[in-house]
Design a protein around this ligand. Structure first.
Ligand SMILES: [Mg+2]
Length: 207
């Protein structure tokens, strides 16, 4: 069935978080270091923070309730104020016809500032910043399909995280494309696996 729309993830799909992570999360890493309880694990905490929602990182690393809450409060105010470069293959997505949606989970101000600094706002028909306390990617995907009269088979979901947007898309029967630049995952994780956006148009047109 010909596709009509693509839903994209933001972090590690449009740009690499590692490029801005030390600066963006600097105040958070300082807070965690200053708590004194995690100094031996800072490198793994930093890596996880750039790949995984903060609540999950906090749980896995046994942060105290107080440190978790302080970390959340801090990140609610964090913004990135410098230009951000997208992945070099990002412009390829503009050669693909149809509707484009950007759906990202995270702190509103932070996600909004990143989208602004990437300069990608006008590339998308709709942009959604999902607050996981209020809703989920799955609900937002379902709402997009409903409002635009799209069936699951007319849509691709593209993202880097099998446990996030890929899982949400699978639950709705939407075709999934894992964007796996560093070959972290097996090809069984999604319907398709790509490492460059030049390969996306063919999937869009031929599946
Ligand atoms: Mg991501």
């Amino acid at each position: 069935m010909p596709k009509k729309a693509i839903i994209y993830d933001l972090d590690n799909t449009i740009y690499p978080v590692s490029d801005i992570g030390e600066k963006l999360f600097g105040p958070l890493f300082d807070l965690i270091t200053e708590s004194g309880a995690h100094e031996h694990h800072m490198e793994s905490i930093k890596k996880a923070t750039m790949r995984t929602p903060f609540r999950v990182v906090a749980q896995r690393h046994n942060f105290s309730d107080e440190l978790t809450q302080k970390g959340i409060n801090l990140q609610e105010e964090l913004e990135y104020t410098e230009p951000i470069a997208s992945f070099e293959d990002y412009p390829e997505i503009k050669n693909i016809p149809g509707l484009r949606f950007l759906v990202t989970t995270g702190f509103f101000k932070m996600q909004h500032s990143k989208i602004k600094q990437l300069g990608i706002t006008s590339d998308f028909d709709e942009i959604h910043i999902v607050n996981p306390v209020v809703t989920s990617k799955k609900e937002v995907f379902a709402d997009i399909l409903k409002r635009h009269n799209l069936t699951p088979k007319e849509v691709l979901v593209v993202g880097d995280d099998p446990e996030s947007e890929i899982a949400a898309a699978k639950a709705l029967g939407i075709t999934t494309v894992l964007y796996d630049k560093n070959d972290n995952f097996s090809k069984e994780e999604a319907d398709f696996k790509i490492s460059h956006f030049k390969d996306l148009k063919r999937i869009y047109q031929n599946t």
